[in-house]
Each structure stands twice: as structure tokens, then as C-alpha cells.
Write a protein that binds this ligand. Structure first.
Ligand SMILES: [Zn+2]
Length: 247
């Protein structure tokens, strides 16, 4: 379409833009006439509906909160899901009202963690039809992480410590449980345990759906995703972290 490539937008020179160097804008592909089904649409299984409660850090009657399956670069990355298989615009009034309450509650809980300045709340939904909202904590003082690119930074920064991560999860779960529901994330065991057994606990109690990988960047959803059974689960790549890859 373009004889000359379009100029890169101004945001590539913002302090918060995580990359430097020379950039080119990608070629824009033609739109498809019919979009492929998301997870939980058509014949595709819904990861959220299939996930048991113990894959979450807190569960209530109509809402569940889950974490990534391992620590990521941001101090906290959580996903709020409805139990019902609904998309945002399809929520009945009761759930719509509760979504507001849950959003406020979870934002406050995460913002109360040590070292958290702000909580960004995002909903993309290009990867899964089941309603899920992202909550991304920006570390205090890290002005360079302000704004739009926070989800990218989550995959760039080194992961926070497992100990800190588990403490944070337990705090948030306990906070939510003050209002009802069940906290499922436990604080870290005392450190005389063998590290391997600590790891095992994490993977069992906080394991998010592996299929979702780790990472927030729902922009990754724009990439057509192979059916899960067509590929070997690539596990989570070495640099995958937080909210950069929700599908
Ligand atoms: Zn579902």
C-alpha cells in the first residue's frame, strides 16, 4: 500500500518506550473476512471454565482471581475472572455491578502492597471469550514505567523474588477474603524448607492455566494462535513474564 514506509510514531521517543534503536513500521496485513474463534468460542475449549478453583489465589461465588504461574517483572500481575462464561458486554446487571466492586477492591488490595505506586487495569479479550481483566502493579519510583508500556516492561524486567511474590499473593488473597470468598494463596513457608519443595507448592497452588503462559501483552493476541493440540506446548519462554501475553 505504501510506497514509502510510514514514519514511526512519536511514542517511540517517549521515556517510557522500552526500546531504542532504529524502527520500521510493520506492513499492515489485509483484514480477514471472518475472524478465528477465541478460546471459549466455537469448538475451542474455555481455559477459564475448565480451570479448577485451586488454580486461583482467591475464589468467590461469582468471581475468581488468578496469578501468573511464576513471578514476573512487576510486583504483582493478577487476572479477575467471572465464573460465568460471559464477555464484558454480556454481563447481567448483578455481575456488572459486582465487577465494579471487585475492580475497586482488587485495585486497592494491590496498591496496598509495599513498593506499589499504581495499579493499571486492562481488559483486552482478543484471546479468550471468557471475561478477564488484568491488574498490573507499577513499582513505586519507576517513573519510566508509567503508562501504556507497563505490560511490555513486565516481560523485560527481571522477575521479582519468589518469596516476595508469594507474600504479595497471600496478602492480596487475604485482603479479598476479608469481604468473603476463599483465599487460596498461602504465605511462603519458613525458609528452612528445601527450595525444591517451595517450588512445588507454587506450581500447585498458583498454577495459572499453562496455556495462557505468563505475560500480559494481550497484543500478542493479534498473532493467530495455533490450536493448542497442534503444537508442543512451548512452555513459557525464558523471558516471558507477566502480563505481556494473555491470549
Ligand atoms: Zn469460559
Amino acid at each position: 500500500m505504501h510506497d514509502t514506509p510510514p514514519l514511526v510514531p512519536d511514542f517511540t521517543s517517549w521515556p517510557s518506550f522500552p526500546f531504542e534503536g532504529d524502527f520500521r513500521v510493520k506492513h499492515l496485513e489485509d483484514p480477514v473476512p471472518v475472524e478465528p474463534p477465541r478460546k471459549g468460542e466455537g469448538s475451542r475449549e474455555c481455559t477459564a471454565c475448565a480451570a479448577p478453583d485451586d488454580a486461583y489465589i482467591w475464589v468467590g461465588e461469582r468471581w475468581r482471581v488468578r496469578a501468573m504461574d511464576r513471578p514476573t517483572g512487576l510486583p504483582m500481575v493478577l487476572i479477575l475472572e467471572s465464573r460465568s462464561h460471559l464477555d464484558l458486554g454480556d454481563l447481567p446487571n448483578l455481575l456488572a455491578a459486582e465487577l465494579g466492586v471487585m475492580t475497586v477492591r482488587l485495585e486497592k488490595a494491590i496498591r496496598s502492597l509495599d513498593g506499589v505506586a499504581r495499579v493499571h487495569v486492562n481488559r483486552w479479550g482478543d484471546g479468550s471469550a471468557h471475561l478477564h481483566l488484568w491488574f498490573l502493579a507499577r513499582p513505586y519510583g519507576r517513573l519510566q514505567l508509567r503508562g501504556t508500556f507497563l505490560s511490555l516492561w513486565d516481560s523485560i524486567l527481571p522477575p521479582i523474588s519468589e518469596q516476595q511474590w508469594r507474600e504479595n499473593l497471600a496478602m492480596v488473597a487475604a485482603w479479598l477474603a476479608e469481604f468473603g470468598g476463599r483465599p487460596l494463596a498461602e504465605p511462603p513457608r519458613i525458609l528452612w524448607q528445601a527450595p525444591s519443595s517451595i517450588g512445588a507448592q507454587v506450581s500447585s497452588s498458583v498454577a495459572a492455566s499453562e496455556e495462557d503462559g505468563v505475560g500480559v501483552i494481550e497484543a500478542a493476541e493479534e498473532i493467530p494462535e495455533p490450536e493448542v493440540d497442534e503444537i508442543d506446548q512451548p512452555e513459557v519462554g525464558p523471558s516471558t513474564g507477566g502480563p505481556a501475553g494473555d491470549r
